[in-house]
Design a binder for this molecule. Structure first.
Ligand code: FUB
Length: 306
């Protein structure tokens, strides 16, 4: 073949191949780590921050999960890993006697970052929610203390525009005091009182606000389907609005999601099963209808890029 023709073919194949590769951003490129349960946050520094669980490659059980990671990205393509920012080893060295480092969350209040995590007691088998603090978004998160027990798993904290903070878990929701640790008992609502489906299905809650409406997203159908609710108040009453993301045909072992607005775009971060029970994080754009309801998010392999 003529040399010039060969060069032209190489260039065309190279460009096409590169654009194909760069168009495939799901799952997110996290240095081959298996990560799950993403909470995406925008701290106003031109990056998206992700607070995640950490799965053991191709694990057979969620009880293999030992620590939590933090990542940040300026473009949605490459993600910086800040390593384990808190671990069961560290908690147990401090006398916690717990296992199952499951879905975490992180919020910023008055210049501090509060990292909320669920862990299960080795002896009493009770799920506990703890919080540790840092002056930096990437931790390390120190001085872990117990927030609540028997609220189930998957803590999420929403800080409203007036500075009030609310804690949401699998079974209950309520307002936090200014210390971000203790709960105002008189505000506590049990999810079974507001749910339209059995409350054990209300896992992976995440609350956000848009145009004075509160959105409560969570997993249902054994974690496979993401659904959402809307309200005029942070603790409800909540109106059921339907599917946010349908089950994955792969099939997904489960799903757990969060929502962030970044550079004027709304995005849904979620995870999908990749190997056995181990998961990887994905993200897709999210859009709203005129009436404030959310358009169902369709999973893509393309993902996000900003
Ligand atoms: O990652 C362990 C558990 O699986 C989480 O706590 C749930 O939300 C589900 O994703």
């Amino acid at each position: 073949m003529h040399l010039h023709l060969k060069i032209v073919i190489w260039i065309v194949v190279g460009i096409t191949g590169c654009s194909y590769i760069s168009a495939q951003n799901n799952p997110l490129n996290m240095n081959a780590l298996y990560t799950a349960d993403p909470t995406a946050r925008n701290w106003g520094d031109n990056k998206i921050w992700l607070y995640t669980s950490h799965d053991v490659p191709c694990m057979a059980s969620y009880s293999a999960m030992n620590d939590w990671h933090v990542f940040s990205s300026k473009d949605g393509i490459s993600w910086k890993d800040y390593g384990p920012v808190l671990s069961l080893d560290k908690l147990n060295q401090q006398g916690w006697k717990v296992y199952n480092a499951w879905a975490p969350d992180c919020v910023k209040k008055d210049g501090r970052y509060y990292f909320y995590f669920p862990v299960k007691g080795m002896e009493d088998k009770v799920w506990k929610i703890g919080v540790a603090r840092s002056k930096k978004p990437f931790g390390p998160f120190e001085k872990p203390v117990l927030v609540v027990a028997n609220w189930g798993i998957d803590p999420n904290v929403f800080v409203d525009d007036d500075g009030k903070a609310y804690l949401y878990c699998q079974y209950k929701m309520g307002e936090l005091n200014n210390d971000m640790v203790t709960v105002k008992e008189e505000t506590v609502v049990e999810l079974k009182d507001v749910a339209h489906i059995p409350y054990s299905h209300y896992e992976g809650p995440f609350v956000f606000k848009r145009k004075n409406k509160y959105y409560y997203i969570c997993s249902s159908e054994g974690y496979k389907r993401l659904i959402y609710y809307m309200s005029d108040r942070p603790l409800g009453p909540w109106e059921y609005k339907g599917t946010l993301m349908a089950p994955d045909e792969r099939p997904a072992e489960n799903n757990h999601a969060s929502v962030v607005k970044f550079k004027d775009k709304w995005m849904l971060f979620y995870h999908r099963k990749e190997c056995n029970k181990a998961r990887k994080i994905c993200a897709d754009y999210m859009a709203f209808n005129e009436d404030g309801s959310i358009k169902e998010v369709i999973r893509t392999d393309k993902g996000i890029k900003f």
